[in-house]
Design a protein around this ligand. Structure first.
Ligand SMILES: Cc1cc2nc3c(=O)[nH]c(=O)nc-3n(C[C@H](O)[C@H](O)[C@H](O)COP(=O)(O)O)c2cc1C
Length: 276
């Protein structure tokens, strides 16, 4: 990408704004939602315990499939994180919450649903993600910023195997992501390129996003990435993800798909549950 396109794409990123309808303009919750950003720079300011408790409570009360609450949260101070993981909390965050999908606790319930092997994994991921988002927004509402991480600094499912050993996770409990929390250092960054509502909202029939729209998004991601991490490239980062994921997926399969009713040895050649 030449310098002219680089600057053009950066300018478009900086100038882009949420599409705010009139009825949303003064709504406190929607302002929080629309202005939220993933934050990658934190001050050393401590998050008070009661603020942390309020954030965690928002996670515990998140909506979830059949009220199964298929999640577990590990809470770390910077010292605890360093001791357990070996690195500082990424971006000098003040607290880290490792969110795991957890089907171990509800195994007796899931035994009643043996014919849908993907259900356990899918619901655990959906539910734990909703809990993460509830915590993320509760934090924003209390003036605490955050970022969800699955890769950076052994924080999530890319390092599931490592975290399983470190944290003594039984089968059926699998790390998904870490919510890093703290008080933002400096202002919030510009909104990264989002697809316009016309490409993600449909009536009746799906419409394919034109290739030039996807390419434009990719170019903006490339420019934004270069601006944030001058020594790296977006394409290079995707390649690194791919390499890490090969191992991570093997570990996850053992932790999840070889557990409970999804275990292949419990299924016949058509994938149906073997009946005794
Ligand atoms: C599940 C999940 C995992 C993520 N993992 C990482 C990560 O490992 N490293 C990172 O820098 N950002 C990570 N992010 C942050 C995304 O890059 C960010 O949400 C996205 O670029 C959109 O930016 P925004 O949150 O400011 O809207 C993650 C976000 C989510 C939801």
């Amino acid at each position: 990408m030449g310098p002219f396109s680089f600057i053009k794409h950066l300018k478009e990123i900086v100038l882009s704004r949420p599409e705010v309808s009139a009825s949303a303009a003064d709504n406190t919750l929607l302002k929080i939602l629309y202005n939220r950003r993933s934050i990658r720079k934190f001050t050393p300011k401590e998050i008070p315990d009661d603020v942390m408790a309020a954030i965690l409570e928002a996670g515990r009360l998140a909506p979830c499939t059949v009220n199964l609450q298929t999640w577990s949260f590990f809470i770390f101070t910077p010292e605890e994180w360093k001791k357990c993981i070996g690195n500082p909390i990424p971006f000098k965050g003040n607290r880290a919450v490792l969110v795991c999908g957890d089907i171990n606790r509800v195994k007796p319930v899931l035994k009643n649903m043996p014919d849908c092997p993907l259900f356990e994994y899918t619901t655990a991921v959906i539910n734990a993600s909703l809990a993460s988002m509830n915590m993320n927004l509760a934090a924003e509402a209390l003036g605490v910023s955050s970022i969800m991480l699955s890769e950076t600094g052994k924080t999530g499912y890319f390092y599931a195997d490592y975290l399983q050993k470190k944290l003594d996770l039984p089968n059926g409990v699998f790390p998904l992501l870490t919510l890093v929390l703290g008080y933002a250092k400096g202002g919030y960054p510009a909104m990264p390129p989002k697809f316009a509502s016309e490409y993600v909202t449909f009536k009746n029939k799906y419409k394919k996003t034109p290739m030039e729209v996807t390419s434009d998004w990719f170019d903006k991601m490339t420019a934004g990435y270069k601006f944030t991490f001058p020594l790296k490239t977006f394409k290079g980062q995707l390649k690194t993800y791919n390499e890490h994921l090969v191992d991570a997926e093997e570990a996850l399969k053992k932790m999840v798909f070889h557990y409970g009713s999804s275990a292949p040895e419990k299924r016949d050649s058509k994938g149906k549950m073997k009946r005794p």
